[in-house]
Ligand binder design. Structure first.
Ligand SMILES: *Cc1c(COP(=O)(O)O)cnc(C)c1O
Length: 373
């Protein structure tokens, strides 16, 4: 059984994006191209972590990153053999998974340092970790400006081995924000302090997709793209990379109905037909992750044309204005993707409702089956 509304996931496009990013890095810095940490958190941005992770491994990814130990568990269960870095703070997590599943934790707070240290002692195992430095995001990480006070105890541990040091930018996708450069300079300073404390991390990383596109100075030894892997360039940036959208969201018209002048459609009766109007009913709604704000703002593609979403996005259905087009039940509806010469991508959908493309793809609901190609 499969519902008419499905997310088609093109694993060839994913692998092609991976290779395109690798060759971009090699082109721009041939002497010492950074390698990748492929980000597959949040169920691979809604694309399905198991299949996406395995396809990335096949394309050459040797380190994947996820948000927490539970996501790491899902990846190992799917048969992923690559190294798995866990981004999240682990101070209140059940840490057994780090050892049972061979995950590499991020240590980003003194509390996490103590918890991971205690767990390593209990397991009588040495554990490699990545150290996160807060250079201005003010979320997780050791503050860049007092590492000489906060790090010595952690660095002295003989059960924990410092593998890498990293930071995360808060304004990589805001070209005019000066904080990006400030964070870069602070990270350089933190790396020097860490070295002065006698630590020798094997490598360093900092760049998400936007930072990777923007500035080779923040590439360090590895870059950490997420969004780009899925074929989406972070707005407002433009890129000459040949990235292909991995997810296509499709459905089928289940009914077609005529509205007379004055008829309303949808909850709240906010949309009232001002002329004889034909609407198509599409079986996808907010329970599938489509945003309520698409009503009156977004479009779907039917018969190669843009059909405005009208009325309201309801739990299981939406209505699209197809006046003037011959539409029948069973016709294909494209919610995200191409049809004929038209195309609606995650950037456009996000812009139309005032959100970001990361959210658009992550929110595609669990009721929607992912069909892999
Ligand atoms: C999500 C995430 C990334 C990837 O970000 P994109 O903008 O999707 O490329 C990189 N690093 C960290 C720490 C993240 O949490």
């Amino acid at each position: 059984m499969i519902r008419p509304t499905t997310a088609r996931i093109d694993l060839n496009a994913l692998q092609s994006n991976y290779r395109e990013i690798v060759s971009f890095l090699e082109r721009e810095r041939p002497d010492r191209p950074p390698r990748l940490i492929a980000v597959v958190k949040a169920n691979a941005y809604g694309h399905g972590a198991a299949r996406v992770a395995r396809a990335l491994e096949e394309a050459g990814a040797d380190i994947l990153a996820c948000a927490d130990i539970e996501e790491g568990h899902a990846l190992r269960t799917a048969g992923v053999g690559a190294e798995i870095l866990v981004f999240g703070a682990l101070s209140v997590s059940d840490l057994d998974g780090l050892f049972d599943l061979r995950l590499v934790p991020t240590i980003s707070t003194p509390g996490a340092a103590r918890a991971v240290q205690a767990a390593a002692v209990k397991y009588k195992q040495r554990l490699r970790y990545h150290l996160k430095i807060d250079t201005g995001m003010n979320r997780l990480g050791f503050r860049f400006d007092n590492l000489r006070r906060t790090l010595p105890e952690l660095l002295a541990s003989d059960t924990l081995t410092l593998d890498a040091v990293y930071t995360h930018f808060s304004t990589a996708d805001l070209p005019d924000a000066p904080l990006f450069d400030t964070q870069r300079v602070r990270f350089d300073r933190a790396l020097k302090d860490i070295e002065a404390l006698g630590a020798r991390p094997h490598y360093r990383h900092a760049a998400n997709s936007a930072a990777t596109l923007r500035d080779t100075r923040v590439w360090f030894d590895r870059v950490r793209p997420g969004l780009m892997l899925y074929g989406i360039v972070p707005p407002p940036l433009a890129s000459t990379l040949d990235l292909k959208p991995v997810m296509t969201l499709v459905s089928r018209v289940v009914a077609v109905k005529g509205l007379r002048v004055g008829d309303a459609t949808g909850y709240g009766a906010r949309y009232v037909a001002e002329r004889p109007t034909t609407i198509a009913i599409v079986p996808a709604g907010y329970a599938d992750g489509l945003d309520l704000r698409l009503a009156g703002r977004g479009h779907v593609l039917i018969r190669g044309k843009r059909a405005p979403i009208v009325g309201s996005v309801t739990m299981d259905m939406l209505m699209a204005d197809v006046t003037g087009t011959e539409v029948s039940p069973g016709d294909e509806v494209v919610i995200l993707g191409e049809q004929g010469d038209e195309r609606i991508d995650a950037r456009e959908m996000a812009a139309s409702i005032g959100t970001i493309p990361w959210e658009v793809v992550c929110r595609v609901g669990s009721r929607i089956e992912r069909v892999y190609r």
